[in-house]
Structures are given as structure tokens and as C-alpha cells.
Design a protein around this ligand. Structure first.
Ligand SMILES: Cc1cc2nc3c(=O)[nH]c(=O)nc-3n(C[C@H](O)[C@H](O)[C@H](O)COP(=O)(O)O)c2cc1C
Length: 337
């Protein structure tokens, strides 16, 4: 299996749910939610891609960096590179039954682990989605991070406790799913959280708490005040609210507000090792990959996920050599043009 055969296999299995375009930019699939696209006009997804494209790298080769260090430590977890598999749930609905929820969760969790990383799992209106993700994590001795919808606060605490019991090193809550009607319609209400509610979750759980879906410095500050361990700067791949900016646009303002106080992760439109490096230069500690790993999982299971991640790793290594970046934990903004 190589990247081309993987992509061909994925395109066939998706049967149109994802076209596996030469450039995954949200144009062909605009409005396809359920599906793999961005919500409404699809502009949030497209802005993620555009914002990263507008960041350019300074090519520098007169320096002493010959063996860049890609490894990092994120809330006590050692990773071969600062790339995490993003949570993607609701496979049957979004991927036209290309794979089952179980096959998907297993591919992400095991594939990320094989490549020296860690994967996240999702949640949905059917409790089976969360349970399947947690089962995949249990099969890998707890090596995965479940992301819980912003359900009623005590329910979040209950699910986070199950994550800790399964051995997960952290859990998250995708707070940007606060208006997901299919959760509320299924009798599992979701909604925004106050600082006090975030604090309550933090104080009633034992493993690091990640809040995913932060797009403003104010919200980041509120998370920090609540004692949250990490945030993911994310617009849910453009699937929560139409007309949001790209994450690379807002990231520098957010890192200016909370860098050094908490871990800052980011996702949205990251498609290459160079994109990873740009996000690190803008202040992120690590990034999440969504759709590129979905293509890997559907086209080749866990091995497909690992193949995509290893390609990103090779590209990141080259981008570090060609910008004179010695360590992923210390990427100067000056590598951006
Ligand atoms: C089909 C689909 C389902 C998703 N389901 C979830 C989910 O259950 N929980 C979650 O936190 N994020 C979910 N996301 C968002 C991703 O975790 C991530 O934020 C986004 O895909 C990143 O953008 P990218 O796909 O451009 O890399 C989903 C995204 C897609 C495309």
C-alpha cells in the first residue's frame, strides 16, 4: 500500500461521501453535513485552508540544524511528533457506511499509536459512538483520548470517569458542539458551559481536561481561569458555525493570551508537514489532523492511518531542515515570511 493506492481505495469505499480530492479544501463538499464537508456555505472549512496557505515559510539552509528533533511531551504523554488524530464520530451518517464506527475508532487509535502518536475518539447522539471509541482505547491499553460532547455537566463528569478508568491519559469536551440539534433531539442535551461549569468538571475529574473548539482569546482565558489543562483552537473543521475565520488566523491572538499557562493545540485544514510547522510557529504546542486521517482509516485501516502520519512526519522533518528549526518544542515565529 502506498499513498496513491490508499487514496484510490478510500475514494471507492466512500462512494461519494468524500471525493478524496487532490486538495482537501472544502470546496467540492461545501454544505455536506452530514457528510465530510463544512456547514452551510462551507466557508469555515475553506477559511482554515486559506489561512494556512497565506502563511509562508522562510527557506533557510545556512545553519547547523542537521537532525531536527520532532518529539514532544504533551500533558505527560511522549509523542514521536506533535500530531494527534482528531476525533471523528458518527461514521455511519457522515461516511456513507464506508466503514463501521468500530472499524473507524480502531483504525485511528491503533494507527496513531503505531506511528508513535495518540488518537482521539468521538461522541454522538447514539451512546454507541462514545462507547465504541472507549472500547478502541481500552484495546490499546488506554492509549487514546475520548472527546465528550458538551452534555449536561454531571454526564460529562461520568463519561470522563469512564475514560480515566479505561486508562486514558486525558479526556476532552468539544464545546463547539453546543448547538448540535441531533444530540438534543435524541434526548441528550448539549449546550454552552459557564466558567463555573468548566471548573466543576475539572474539579470532579482526575485526568487532564481538554476543551476543544476555542476560537477567541476571551474563551481561552476563561478556560484557563477554570483550570482547564489544554485547549484545542478549532472550528470543528468548519462544521459547527458557518462564517468562522480560519484557525491559523485566530491562533496567534489566542497563544498571546494563554501561551505558557496551558497547552494549546490546534486543528483545521492541516494537510502537510509544512502546515504542522506553520501552526507551531504561530504558537501551538501540537496539532490535530481530521480528514487526512479519515482518508487513511477508510482506505487502509490502522496501517493507512500510520502511512498518512509517517508521510506528514517526513514532510515535517524536511520543513524543519529547510527552515533551520531544531526542535518542535521551540519553533520561532521568524521562520514565517
Ligand atoms: C465527519 C466529521 C465528524 C466529526 N466528529 C467529531 C466528533 O465527534 N467530535 C469532535 O470533537 N470533533 C469532530 N469532528 C471535528 C474534528 O475533530 C476536527 O476538529 C476537524 O476535522 C479538523 O479539521 P480537518 O478535518 O480539516 O483536519 C468531526 C469532523 C468531521 C469531518
Amino acid at each position: 500500500m502506498n499513498i496513491n493506492s490508499l487514496r484510490t481505495a478510500a475514494r471507492e469505499k466512500f462512494r461519494g461521501a468524500c471525493r478524496v480530492c487532490p486538495i482537501c479544501n472544502g470546496v467540492a463538499c461545501a454544505g455536506e453535513v452530514p457528510g465530510m464537508g463544512g456547514l452551510g456555505t462551507g466557508s469555515g472549512f475553506c477559511h482554515n485552508i486559506q489561512a494556512l496557505a497565506e502563511c509562508r515559510l522562510n527557506l533557510r539552509t545556512v545553519h547547523s540544524v542537521k537532525n531536527p528533533d520532532l518529539s514532544c511531551r504533551i500533558f505527560g504523554i511522549d509523542l514521536a511528533m506533535p500530531v494527534i488524530g482528531a476525533a471523528i464520530g458518527g461514521i455511519a451518517l457522515n461516511m456513507n457506511g464506508a466503514v463501521t464506527e468500530e472499524e473507524y475508532a480502531d483504525a485511528i487509535v491503533t494507527g496513531c499509536r503505531k506511528a508513535g502518536g495518540i488518537g482521539m475518539t468521538g461522541d454522538g447522539p447514539n451512546p454507541v459512538v462514545f462507547d465504541t471509541g472507549l472500547a478502541a482505547i481500552s484495546k490499546e491499553q488506554g492509549w487514546g483520548i475520548p472527546i465528550i460532547k458538551p452534555r449536561e455537566t454531571d454526564k460529562v463528569v461520568e463519561l470522563a470517569k469512564r475514560a480515566a478508568d479505561a486508562g486514558a491519559p486525558a479526556f476532552g469536551m468539544d464545546i463547539d458542539a453546543a448547538a448540535l440539534v441531533n444530540m438534543t433531539n435524541a434526548g441528550q442535551p448539549v449546550g454552552p458551559k459557564t466558567i463555573q461549569e468548566l471548573e466543576y468538571i475539572k474539579n470532579h475529574t482526575s485526568i487532564p481536561f481538554i476543551v476543544k473548539g476555542i476560537m477567541t482569546p476571551d474563551d481561552a482565558e476563561s478556560c484557563w481561569q477554570a483550570g482547564v489543562d489544554a485547549i484545542v483552537v478549532s472550528n470543528h473543521g468548519g462544521r459547527a458555525l458557518d462564517h468562522t475565520p480560519g484557525t491559523a488566523e485566530v491562533l496567534p491572538y489566542i497563544t498571546e493570551a494563554v501561551k505558557g499557562k496551558m497547552t494549546v493545540l490546534v486543528d483545521g485544514g492541516i494537510r502537510s508537514g509544512a502546515d504542522v510547522l506553520k501552526m507551531l510557529a504561530l504558537g501551538a504546542d501540537a496539532v490535530l489532523l481530521g480528514r487526512p486521517l479519515a482518508i487513511g482509516a477508510v482506505g487502509g485501516g490502522a496501517d493507512g492511518v500510520a502511512l498518512v502520519l509517517n508521510k506528514i512526519k517526513t514532510e515535517l522533518n524536511a520543513a524543519m531542515l529547510l527552515t533551520g528549526t531544531a526542535q518542535v518544542s521551540d519553533v520561532p515565529v521568524e521562520i514565517l515570511w
